[in-house]
Design a protein around this ligand. Sequence first.
Ligand code: NAD
Ligand code: GLY
Length: 367
Amino acid sequence: MPVPAPHARVEIELGERSYSILIGSGLLQEPQALDALPRAASALIVTNSTVGPLYTAQLREALAGRHAQVHVLELPDGEVYKDWATLNLIFDALLSHGCDRKTVLYALGGGVVGDMTGFAAASYMRGVPFVQVPTTLLAQVDSSVGGKTAINHPLGKNMIGAFYQPQRVLCDLATLKTLPPRELSAGLAEVIKYGPIHDMDFLAWIEANLQALLAREPAALAHAVRRSCEIKALVVGQDEREAGLRAILNFGHTFGHAIESGLGYGEWLHGEAVGCGMVLAAELSQRLGGVDAAFVQRLTKLIEAAGLPVRGPALGAERYLALMRVDKKSEAGEIRFVVLDKPGSAVVRSAPDAMVRDVLAACCEPL
Ligand code: NAD
Ligand code: GLY
């Protein structure tokens, strides 16, 4: 499949589940971006009440001629709706439209729409093809890539889901023009993440180009999305189902998920919780001897400059610890953290509760 110029392509190499990530401004207006994708009789665009009015028409136009029937489902908008009841709306739509095993689902929106649509695609009639059309920076650099799909449970974030790869990821950078500034910052958290865990040159590039990214300069966004996807592709290509290495992509997420579920989903954005979680994880890394204080300060400064919180909310250490024990990386009740063993390299390991309490006391608001 040729890449429509002047766009970029990153390949996810997973044998028969391999697929391309196309990155470029205006992809939604280029039907050739869909070349070689399944041409079923029916398709369902799953979006939400914010993104739908902005971009469904463009996607519909690109799909014209590919599917005899294109149905659209607009979900309510928000992390709080990433649940069973909302997931069921997708199954309701698929069944009521008589969709079959070949029906193609298109996830048009941010990570919430992408994760839920992917889970619906994984389970409807035991699996139908789906295409990710991410419209947030966070979804373009992380959630649309790699096949993790899920909904939340009141007791834990992303606890119910499946690994299920899309057929393609279409990152149309033009959609980022309408993204609220707070959401842009949330996406930058996941961009920054790739530096400390894998690529210190990329971290330095983000530092040097932060203002261009915040100003949404197309060249800066294109590089950030491309490099983030390249790193994610490298990791997922080696460890699709998170037997080991893939866990490094969760740097900051153990603390972050505790913040999200502890405050109630949607109170802090996922990217905000991850941004703050990376500060806590870096502090823990320092106590474990992987990085020095100067590195923690450097990372904290960048996260703050990206418009993200760097102090944890006042949940209390015991609640943080209880929430983190529910994390998917926990084994036999022992919390396992992604920490830096040196700048640019991450590992998964446990830490004494006393040390974690110390980090929480230093980096979170008091109760
Ligand atoms: P989101 O999906 O809630 O989108 C953020 C907000 O931006 C929403 O209000 C949405 O309607 C709006 N929006 C989306 N695109 C827009 C656009 N172009 N213009 C204007 N508004 C737009 O949040 P998110 O940050 O994209 O994703 C967070 C979710 O992703 C979390 O549930 C998180 O758990 C999940 N996630 C999953 C993975 C994975 O590997 N599957 C990785 C990271 C995060
Ligand atoms: N966002 C973490 C992962 O995809 O593994």
